[in-house]
Design a protein around this ligand. Structure first.
Ligand SMILES: NC(=O)c1ccc[n+]([C@@H]2O[C@H](COP(=O)([O-])OP(=O)(O)OC[C@H]3O[C@@H](n4cnc5c(N)ncnc54)[C@H](O)[C@@H]3O)[C@@H](O)[C@H]2O)c1
Length: 183
């Protein structure tokens, strides 16, 4: 009896080998291209760094002398350090915002006694109204703000499931939403 079933056609062994060889060659070519790109990219980085090292710093960085820089969370940590550096080292006019009046006053006083220019405002950046009010005051007292550094931030340091809802809301109000109101 003759079977009616159609047997699957086996690929020709020569064709199969040449296809595998081709894909292996393509893969190796791909790897070689990636390696050469990485080496060239490395050389480019070294070249740029070498050239930049001969250019004086004042031509490499933005000059902020006399510019008004508003820093939120200037009452402690990184905000305080930035406020001091911008005012005393780079001659900027710093506007310091913080919810913590004591810390912020300390930033303002230390800058002013060292000869720098700094204006302090007690502001809760989680409150849109407080931000708008303070912004109006800054416009009147100091003028237009050139650079804004949204630095104020809070961390509750708990696992998500252990964090109360109000803490999650506060975190978003201070760390995220305030960025839209301090615009
Ligand atoms: N220190 C780090 O290692 C680190 C790492 C990653 C990110 N950061 C971020 O950098 C920023 C500064 O960090 P830091 O270590 O100096 O923190 P910090 O706690 O020392 O300073 C934050 C300042 O923000 C102020 N602030 C908090 N809530 C405020 C509010 N509602 N309104 C106005 N001011 C408010 C605080 O009073 C404080 O002075 C934060 O946004 C922080 O999340 C810090």
């Amino acid at each position: 009896m003759v079977s009616n079933q159609v047997k699957p056609v086996e690929p020709c062994p020569v064709l199969k080998t040449s296809r595998t060889l081709k894909s292996r060659l393509l893969l190796e070519l791909d790897m070689a291209v990636e390696l050469i790109s990485a080496i060239l990219f490395g050389f480019w980085g070294i070249l740029v760094a070498t050239v930049m090292s001969f250019i004086p710093r004042r031509f490499r960085y933005k000059d902020v002398t006399g510019q008004v820089i508003l820093i939120t969370g200037a009452g402690s940590g990184i905000g305080k350090l930035m406020a001091k550096k911008f005012a005393l080292k780079h001659g900027a006019i710093v506007v310091a915002w913080d919810i913590n009046q004591l810390g912020n006053d300390d930033t303002v006083t230390s800058i002013q006694t060292a000869g720098g220019k700094c204006y302090g405002y007690t502001v809760d950046v989680s409150s849109r109204d407080a931000i708008y009010k303070a912004a109006e005051k800054v416009k009147k007292d100091v003028g237009k703000v050139d650079i804004l550094i949204n630095n104020a931030g809070i961390v509750f340091g708990k696992r998500l499931l252990e964090t109360p809802d109000e803490n999650i809301i506060k975190t978003f109000e201070v760390n995220a939403l305030s960025n839209f109101w301090v615009k």
